[in-house]
Design a protein around this ligand. Structure first.
Ligand SMILES: *Cc1c(COP(=O)(O)O)cnc(C)c1O
Length: 446
């Protein structure tokens, strides 16, 4: 049987070239790895998140093996804010991953998933006293301290508990990650980390403060970075810093290299694990450090999709492309509304691919102009009842969902081979208000 892919317009061919996990079968429609999305849509309805465990596992292994190929011992701490579902943490933990956390809630979630405290790093600019206490109590591997103020607070808390806190200083290297301004973190103007110029001074203080064990430094410059250049700039600055610290007699054993590895949403180049590993080998290996990374998006982003169903084909006059309203919305996947993010969209049912193509707007039903998934996208003419997949929705997707417009949280499915399982049932409408309380003193009409 010939695949309809031959007749796809160049834009969809490019999208598929950058998304090798997707195939279009003439009879069964869109496949995500070995998962028939048509079968999933029919069985579970929409909107529905689909996380492909096989793809996730193979991405983790690809990353892990890139470092092994360079004989580099690098600890992978999954930045679980990208998608903290227990099923995902469980899978990654089994592969050997640790966790990079940004809150006490994420700490408890990581522990719940069976990730050992010795594999947990804690980042974040506003850790509370309770969160720091929990981290010390649990004896996690390392707290990435983001300010002098936090360092002093941590020392005080650790002292009062009679325990030590192992720390890295998160340094802001003032390097432009050349990514979206809302996901850049390593410029001096960003709130993250300790200024590069103050790094040695604060590291010395860490040495002098009671109950603090300084391990070294941490640097995370942003997200969705596809070239190795910003990493090279940041690492080179860190090498200078570490040499300077060591020259001053300060021990540095650890460098946490951060995350931010980019993926191909559209036609961008995906960050290459082997290029990153080679760079780390070249620039960092001579320093004999314990190295770590904190990838989030790269692992889970391409491992998930969001399925939506067309509810309306709406024409607003001849000079504007038709509005295709689907039942997934910005409350499910907020990235387009929040970051102007571009996501690939592919029809799921095979027969759709045989229709004429036209320029379409794909929108959610929420009452906000920013509830847009695509503008002027060349797709086959979509009709009510058609299913579509929004690609690369595994990172910063379900975790950012809300119930805005009284829209229940979408179902979440995990697949492997031809198996599928619900990992989070679709929320019911009644769930939306089950914890809401009307005060008894509320003035009532008499
Ligand atoms: C968000 C975050 C990450 C992960 O970023 P990705 O772009 O998802 O890889 C890593 N480290 C820290 C400190 C973060 O805040």
């Amino acid at each position: 049987m010939s695949s309809p892919i031959q007749s796809l317009p160049p834009s969809l061919q490019t999208l598929l070239q950058h998304h090798p996990d997707f195939t279009i079968n003439a009879k069964e429609g869109l496949y995500f790895g070995q998962t028939s999305l048509k079968a999933i849509a029919q069985e579970y309805g929409s909107p529905t998140w689909v996380m492909n465990a096989d793809i996730l596992k193979s991405r983790y292994q690809k990353l892990d093996q890139a470092f092994k190929a360079e004989q580099l011992d690098v600890s992978i701490h999954y930045a679980m804010k990208a998608n903290g579902h227990l099923a995902i943490l469980d899978l990654l933990a089994r592969e050997g991953a640790g966790a990079d956390i940004v809150s006490g809630g994420e700490l408890k979630r990581a522990l719940k998933a069976g990730i050992h405290p010795s594999k947990i790093c804690f980042s974040g600019v506003g850790k509370t006293e309770d969160e720091l206490r929990l981290a010390i109590e649990t004896q996690i591997a390392q707290i990435n301290v983001e300010s002098r103020e936090e360092l002093h607070l941590l020392s005080k808390i650790a002292q009062s508990m009679g325990k030590n806190a192992a720390i890295c200083l998160r340094i802001n290297p003032d390097v432009d990650a050349k990514t979206h301004h809302k996901i850049t973190t390593g410029l001096a103007e960003n709130k993250f980390g300790i200024a590069y110029k103050q790094a040695i001074e604060v590291y010395k203080e860490a040495y002098e403060l009671p109950n603090i064990t300084p391990l070294g430094f941490d640097v995370h410059i942003g997200s969705q970075i596809s070239s190795t250049d910003p990493y090279r700039q940041a690492f080179v600055k860190m090498v200078d810093l570490i040499n300077e610290a060591r020259n001053q007699g300060l021990e540095v054993s650890t460098l946490d290299c951060g995350g931010g590895f980019g993926i191909s949403y559209h036609d961008e180049q995906e960050a290459s694990p082997s290029a990153i590993a080679a760079l780390m080998k070249e620039v960092l290996a001579p320093l004999d450090l314990k190295l770590g990374i904190e990838p989030g998006r790269w692992l889970v982003g391409p491992s998930g999709v969001l399925i939506g169903k067309v509810v309306m084909h709406k024409s607003n006059g001849s000079d504007v492309a038709p509005f295709i309203i689907i039942d997934a919305a910005m409350n499910d996947l907020v990235r387009p509304a929040m970051y102007d993010a571009w996501h690939g969209i592919l029809p799921i049912n095979p027969e759709i691919y045989r229709r004429p193509y036209q320029s379409l707007n794909i929108d959610g039903p929420v009452c906000e102009s920013s509830d847009i998934f695509a503008r002027d996208r060349l797709l086959p003419n979509l009709q009510p009842g058609d299913f579509v997949a929004i690609l690369d929705a595994g990172a910063y997707g379900s975790v950012m969902s809300s119930t805005y417009n009284a829209r229940p949280m979408a179902a979440q499915i995990m697949t492997s081979g031809n198996q599928s399982a619900i990992i989070q049932p679709r929320q019911t409408i009644e769930d939306l208000w089950k914890d809401e309380i009307i005060p008894s003193w509320y003035p009532k009409n008499s």
